[in-house]
Design a protein around this ligand. Sequence first.
Ligand SMILES: Cc1cc2nc3c(=O)[nH]c(=O)nc-3n(C[C@H](O)[C@H](O)[C@H](O)COP(=O)(O)OP(=O)(O)OC[C@H]3O[C@@H](n4cnc5c(N)ncnc54)[C@H](O)[C@@H]3O)c2cc1C
Length: 241
Amino acid sequence: MTDQTDIAVVGGGVAGLMAATYTARHDFETRVFDTGASILRRNAHLENVPGFPVGVDARLWLDMLAEQAERAGATLIEAEVTAVTDTEGGTFRVETAAETFTVPRVVLATKNDVSYLDVEGVGVIDRGKTFLDTDERGRTGVDGCYAAGRLAEKPHQAAVAAGHGAEVGVALLEDADVGFYHDWVAPDGYFTDRGRDLPPGCEEVDRETYERRREQAHRTIADRFSDPDLEPPETHPSLQE
Ligand SMILES: Cc1cc2nc3c(=O)[nH]c(=O)nc-3n(C[C@H](O)[C@H](O)[C@H](O)COP(=O)(O)OP(=O)(O)OC[C@H]3O[C@@H](n4cnc5c(N)ncnc54)[C@H](O)[C@@H]3O)c2cc1C
């Protein structure tokens, strides 16, 4: 079966999930393929990501990133991507054992693995570990093909991978010509009371909407952290029996 989608993200670890959150929030049909082996699942306790003064369980944090990408509209698919190849039409074929997708844009976020990649013009760097040659925004030099996180030679920290995933998502949107893009939620009238149009990817919310979302956010976070021992999130496959 061959299917069409706007964006395929190969690797649903930290960087891939953040890139997907940005593209899905702008209504790009985004599919994330992942084998459940983010290296973050090898972490003992995550103490340097923003917003957690005494740290957070790395696996729980990753699961919450996945939940966030899904809520933004991305589709998460548990599958290994076995091939990404370019086509004559300038698109990419993304293959799993079960399906093949044809996409105009791919984000590769598989840390140090590119064994599935066969796209002419993408530079592979071998330094004992494998990386892809990109510019700062994750562009590989082949239109529509991006790399995010550790695979794009970013430093080996979760916050850096998350930030770079977001940056790659925004770069992709800019290259797709969605216009000036912020992804901001602003108070009612922030733009429009000053006679300005809402920029693409911006929303103004009134007080009632703000309070409703704030309450929902607090309840959701309280729920996720209410009993962290009850169901320990899944560890890295190498740690499972
Ligand atoms: C022991 C250890 C402890 C660490 N502790 C910390 C810490 O305390 N603080 C910190 O900031 N950083 C820490 N790190 C580093 C941090 O985990 C990484 O920098 C970060 O996870 C990199 O994100 P990434 O998205 O590039 O890669 P990953 O999070 O590893 O994501 C890559 C994803 O690609 C998927 N994948 C690979 N190949 C395929 C394929 N063919 N098809 C589909 N999916 C595929 C994998 O399943 C994986 O989910 C630690 C790392 C290790 C090893």
